[in-house]
Ligand binder design. Structure first.
Ligand SMILES: *[C@@H]1O[C@H](CO)[C@@H](O)[C@H](O)[C@H]1NC(C)=O
Ligand SMILES: *[C@@H]1O[C@H](CO)[C@@H](O)[C@H](O)[C@H]1NC(C)=O
Ligand SMILES: *[C@@H]1O[C@H](CO)[C@@H](O)[C@H](O)[C@H]1NC(C)=O
Ligand SMILES: *[C@@H]1O[C@H](CO)[C@@H](O)[C@H](O)[C@H]1NC(C)=O
Ligand SMILES: *[C@@H]1O[C@H](CO)[C@@H](O)[C@H](O)[C@H]1NC(C)=O
Ligand SMILES: *[C@@H]1O[C@H](CO)[C@@H](O)[C@H](O)[C@H]1NC(C)=O
Ligand SMILES: *[C@@H]1O[C@H](CO)[C@@H](O)[C@H](O)[C@H]1NC(C)=O
Length: 488
């Protein structure tokens, strides 16, 4: 065989190898855009994604401003349809068609995409146990109608329909992955969903929460969840599990196999570790978890049931903190971000940028450096009741046991509550009243790890200030003319 042929063969083989096996594991992030009082502007978020070489992003809706900001970015996008739309989508083909037309078609012109939309997530954890049967009956109808609409729009070969499922959709009573199965109440719907996904060659999206198992069952091991090499491993027959991520993944693999889908591709739609609002929710543990997770994925070792086949994509939950997330499962819910609400990295993690430090959001615009605190010159004996009032709408999660502000003393904790309320209301003077017990200050009251935030300037707060300014002008002009009138 001539040398050039050998060389060619070698090149072919090496390029095949680099294509199939040396490819860096796909890590993406979840970007929630609707559960913050003051969301970081989309263009700043996209800058964070780009400067950290994050190549995939999962959204929870299809906000046109957000999608516009991702246009031309080469970032792969998952758009979402909320659970509240499932019923209409399942009963009304036209509605599905309109959704696709309004929210997808415009990003594809003559077969080229301006926004790289890969997946539509229909529903968000629709089978969540605490939802009962609220959404389950509409899921199959909804995915079917969205698929029909996609086909009609000739987008079915570009965009895949998926359904993110919480890991509570499957279980193993003994804790052993080899005994995994889907929740009995789901079996018919799950079979229909898996049949649908398999037919469309779509992956199964699963959201995993190793932190929740720690939080809910004091029994489970923190080290095991954190990928620590010192953790006690768990033996399942001849298979050995060294961390709860692999364990949960293989429990799902078994559940899929049992109902006839042993090879279905699995994407981890959400996985992460919160940093505040509960014991064991901290930046340092989150960093440990993330390092363990990324090393696990990048090793490409896979799991005992899927050796050398790790999840094809994994989406970190979450990119940013959101101060309006429901706290029904716990106060940590508002602290899932790798970055704070204002785009500052809380710790280091490799999201695609390698060993470099994460790059923060740049040129972030804040409201003025003002805070609302308790006025110590007043009789503050009854001030605690005011804090409760503030906390019913403000974000006081950092004050809870294990939180970053748990150990600041009274009435500092009341000040924290007052300030949160004041910032959420765009620092309007009357939002720092609290029956005369509030005081606006320009001295930062933050102590230690307990950060008294200043909120972001958003377009609504700007327009509010603008309207106040206009109103002020109007008043001055009016009073000036009244004065003039009187003089004359
Ligand atoms: C398009 O998506 C947006 C954002 O998710 C949603 O509010 C709107 O209802 C969708 N359009 C249609 C026609 O459903
Ligand atoms: C669904 O559940 C019923 C009873 O809970 C069981 O008899 C049946 O085999 C299950 N079907 C599947 C496909 O798992
Ligand atoms: C919980 O702890 C008990 C007692 O140590 C043990 O018998 C049981 O197997 C544990 N359960 C799990 C799920 O680890
Ligand atoms: C969580 O943190 C608390 C306090 O730091 C600790 O006592 C507890 O053991 C931790 N929980 C687990 C499951 O390790
Ligand atoms: C505090 O509350 C008590 C009981 O409602 C009331 O009698 C008292 O006057 C209050 N003190 C102040 C300073 O408001
Ligand atoms: C409060 O928390 C800070 C930071 O975690 C710690 O340095 C300090 O010792 C704590 N104070 C008390 C009284 O627990
Ligand atoms: C502040 O701390 C005091 C004393 O520890 C406590 O009674 C009160 O409930 C706390 N208030 C808030 C809003 O956390």
């Amino acid at each position: 065989m001539p040398l050039s042929n050998n060389l060619l063969l070698l090149m072919l083989i090496s390029s095949l190898i680099s294509f199939c096996c040396w490819e860096v594991e796909s890590i993406g992030v979840n970007w929630g855009t609707s559960l913050s009082t003051h969301p970081l502007p989309p263009d700043k978020v996209v800058q964070v994604l780009k400067s950290n070489k994050i190549t995939k992003v999962k959204l929870f809706d299809a906000d046109p401003i957000v999608l516009q900001s991702l246009s031309g970015s080469n970032i792969d996008v998952t758009v979402g349809i909320p659970n509240s739309m499932l019923k209409s989508l399942s009963s009304n083909k036209k509605f599905a068609h309109t959704w696709v037309h309004d929210n997808l078609t415009r990003y594809f012109t003559n077969g080229a995409r301006t926004v790289r939309i890969e997946y539509i997530a229909v529903g968000d954890e629709p089978f969540l146990q605490s939802y009962g049967k609220q959404f389950q009956p509409f899921l199959i109808g909804a995915v079917t109608n969205v698929q029909i609409a996609l086909t009609k729009a000739k987008l079915d070969n570009k965009v895949k329909v998926v359904v993110p499922c919480h890991s509570d959709a499957y279980l193993s009573e003994s804790g052993l992955p080899s005994k995994g199965h889907f929740r009995p109440d789901l079996n018919k719907t799950m079979m229909q969903l898996l049949t649908f996904l398999s037919k469309q060659r779509s992956p199964f999206f699963v959201n995993m929460y190793p932190f929740l198992s720690i939080h809910q069952s004091k029994n489970s091991s923190l080290d095991f969840a954190l990928f620590k090499s010192t953790a006690h491993s768990l033996n399942d027959g001849h298979r050995t599990y060294k961390n709860s991520f692999d364990l949960s993944f293989d429990t799902l693999v078994t559940a899929l196999s049992k109902v006839g889908f042993p090879d279905m591709d699995i994407v981890v739609g959400q996985v992460g570790w919160p940093t505040d609002g509960a014991p064991n929710a901290s930046s340092s543990l989150a960093q440990t978890f993330m390092k363990g997770l990324v090393d696990n994925l990048q090793s490409r070792l896979g799991t005992p049931l899927r050796p050398k086949k790790p999840p094809s994509e994994t989406y970190i939950f979450s990119l940013l903190d959101e101060d309006q997330r429901s706290i029904s499962t716990g106060n940590f819910e508002r602290h899932w971000g790798v970055f704070t609400f204002d785009g500052q990295a809380k710790y280091n993690a490799d999201l695609g940028q390698g060993s470099r430090k994460l790059v923060n959001a740049q040129n972030v615009e804040y409201l003025p450096s003002k805070w609302c605190v308790v006025n110590n010159n007043k009789d503050v004996t009854n001030v605690t009741a005011r804090a409760l009032e503030a906390c019913s709408s403000a974000d006081c999660t950092a004050l809870s046991s294990g939180g970053s502000c748990f150990n600041i003393s009274w009435p500092g904790n009341v000040s924290y509550a007052f300030n949160s309320y004041y910032q959420q209301h765009d620092q309007k003077a009357d939002s720092c009243d609290f029956g005369g017990l509030g005081l606006i200050t320009t001295a930062d009251p933050s102590v230690g790890n307990c950060r008294f935030a200043v909120e972001l300037r958003t377009s609504t707060s700007t327009s509010l200030q603008l309207s106040l300014l206009l109103w002020w002008r109007f008043l001055t002009v009016t009073s000036f003319s009244v004065w003039l009138f009187c003089v004359v």
